[in-house]
Ligand binder design. Sequence first.
Ligand code: S3P
Length: 421
Amino acid sequence: MPGDKSISIRALLLGAFAVGETRIAGMLEGEDVLSTAGALRRLGAHIAQTGERQWQVRGVGVGGFAEPRGALDFGNSGTGCRLALGAVAGCPITATFDGDASLRSRPMRRVLEPLERMGARALVSADGRLPLTLAGARDPIPIVFKPPVPSAQLKSAILLAGLSAPGETVVIEAEATRDHTEKMLAYFGADVQVDRLDNGGRRITLAGQPELAPRPIVVPADPSSAAFPLVAALLVPRSEVVFPGVMMNPLRTGLLTTLGEMGAAIEPLERRNEGGEEVADLRVRAATLRGVEVPASRAPSMIDEYPVLAVAAAFAEGVTVMRGLKELRVKESDRLAATAALLRGNGVTVEVEGDDLIVQGNGRPAGGGIVATHMDHRIAMAAIVLGLGSERPVQIDDGRFIATSFPGFVELMRSLGAQLS
Ligand code: S3P
């Protein structure tokens, strides 16, 4: 299984701000991670591959980025770009950020607004999209920030900028989102306090200007990548597959909860702690699924898993209602529209009502469609999973973007018996 994308990108960024050498094992060698590594090199970090999925970062210290020549190209990676915006905002340098057509269509204002309150200045077009130029703050100001949307990228950007500010930077999230940044900051020696709030939210308090000490990082398998072959195993009769070392961080396991409610028996074998995260080997057998209602409150813990959950729902008996999917509209594509079109084009009855997605399961979709993937890796992989179980084969218009998060996906699926050409 490929390494976790969120943790791989954070390992590079924190390694770049640490003084000394950070060793990373199990790194995701996907394009999102490689483009982030490329940008960090241009900001002065030394990053080298030392073996298979083994990497080494020699950092420049908190706030120590050098002014890059030319634009930083983050390719398809929203996480790499937004986290780096935060890191650069606390450095006295100016940098231009850019990406591919998908990343150029995504909103950046949500990150720039709080970073400007911290003293950075952004030169950006009226629509708040890339390319943009950020002048970091000479004297960053710590802020108290309440993100207007549940977003780990946004939270992380503010915390990374807060590293360079004196005093306490506080992020108060109304709904808890993935906590890898806060955990890794603490692991590198920063003073980070996380308080759970009564309403399910969290308050994260970071003491600024720490010296980050490099620590070895072991990247667990990405549950958001495992989701695709895992759902395929549920849908294809007589399948039994074991997925080794999948991260079980409770802020990432909403899909497993939902599939369990739908009737899947996913057995965690050997739960253990690896590199500060809980992991387990997951045994999955083919199952008959039933439709369920997925509450909006679960969205942050499975935000990247809705396309493949919608595919599972198409094979279930009865209706599945997925509520509160507004944020899906601003992912690598408009994922709410792309997921609905994926299903509709393959004979599944589906409705988008406001921010909810409603899928009418029918046991076995017809298939036979050509899916528009819109530069979105997760739409491409979800369509392939649908095709494994549908009556007729499914085509996708472009498989290239799968390499952003899951290099080797096609080979892995073939090794499990999938016929892909
Ligand atoms: C990520 C956060 C999520 C998620 C993305 C990875 C992260 O985005 O969709 O794939 O690593 O912080 P948002 O923060 O925009 O919800």
